[in-house]
Design a protein around this ligand. Sequence first.
Ligand SMILES: Cc1cc2nc3c(=O)[nH]c(=O)nc-3n(C[C@H](O)[C@H](O)[C@H](O)COP(=O)(O)OP(=O)(O)OC[C@H]3O[C@@H](n4cnc5c(N)ncnc54)[C@H](O)[C@@H]3O)c2cc1C
Length: 388
Amino acid sequence: MTKSANRDDYAEIRESVRALCARFPGEYWRTLDRDRAYPTAFVNALTEAGYLAALIPEEFGGSGLTVSAAAAIMEEVHAAGCNGAACHAQMYTMGTILRHGSPAQKQAYLPGIASGDLRLQAFGVTEPTSGTDTLSLRTTARREGDAYVINGQKIWTSRAEHSDLMLLLARTTPKEQAVKRTDGLSVFLVDMRLAQGAGITINPIRTLMNHATTAVFFDELRVPAENLIGEEGKGFRYILAGMNTERILIAAECIGDAKWFIEKATAYAKSRELFGRPIGQNQGVQFPIARAYAQMRAAELMVHDACRKYEAGGDIGAEANMAKLLAADASWAAADMCVQTHGGFGFAEEYDVERKFRETRLYQVAPISTNLILSYLAEHVLGLPRSY
Ligand SMILES: Cc1cc2nc3c(=O)[nH]c(=O)nc-3n(C[C@H](O)[C@H](O)[C@H](O)COP(=O)(O)OP(=O)(O)OC[C@H]3O[C@@H](n4cnc5c(N)ncnc54)[C@H](O)[C@@H]3O)c2cc1C
């Protein structure tokens, strides 16, 4: 196993996650990848073991663990060659309800999410026309009596077909009428079981890797007013706060990916013999592996720092963003190195390297692209002029 900064932390959790993941080896993922099928058995196993309820407080049926523990879970999933993207949102999307929901909403949803009976896997923010420019999104929610009527379109709404609920961001006040630039967007919990055939259409999108992502269309969908989370018009801030948790957990997944690539490359470099010696005896092969290791360890420290600051409270925008940036860079560099170390076999399906390579590429773009993190740091940490 690849050494890491604090392997002893959450050792028991790590060990049991590893044991669970061992039931889902490369062949399982390869078959799903070929068919672009959802890893239902894997998601059920993680749910039943309680891992996806790690961040839900015990009073609502979760295990009330720290974000460090949740990060350890997702890191191990990825270090074992599995892919948490099929279900990681179940862990953190509920944070918006936990932080901003009413007591009645928390009671109504959190226990079901904790047990897995309610799947809150879908997060509808991105739209085709506005992309990263979230404040320009066009999906509207207009109040009509005791309901809001939703019209518009989301894109890249992952896991929508495998979710009971969707956390949706929509505009309730036209942009030009909003008092503050960041006002006017609201968050809704959409019950997709009721919405199917009553104003919602979900179209799957086939992608580079096996990722159950979709485009979702809203046509006069009525959502009960009681499903508004928090205050009308304040949704942008609620969503931003939740994104820090997402960034930390995805950064942890990238660290897990990097460890998987490093371990795989090291083992191959030791066993593949050419010119009468293992290829790993050549410094031209060793050094890229060693460099990927150093890069992973540095990024891992940043993830741990972000976790610590998260647990201490306060604004962790900079740390969460830097953790995501550095971990995604480390996993992508390790992926590239791993393909190179394997030579032609890096391209062969049966080695799983090419699959993991495709999977980890996503994190340069989602849930936030590298450029947007850099512009956040430039503006909010370094005080450089706002670029957009
Ligand atoms: C597989 C997948 C799953 C996803 N799942 C979800 C999901 O579940 N829910 C959800 O809401 N979204 C989801 N997303 C969307 C994801 O968050 C966005 O793709 C990402 O934030 C980038 O937005 P965009 O694709 O609209 O790119 P754009 O915003 O169009 O940007 C295109 C490129 O231009 C760059 N760019 C844009 N503006 C600037 C600027 N001002 N300065 C410098 N560079 C800039 C970006 O960095 C990017 O590289 C998913 C995306 C993918 C691919």
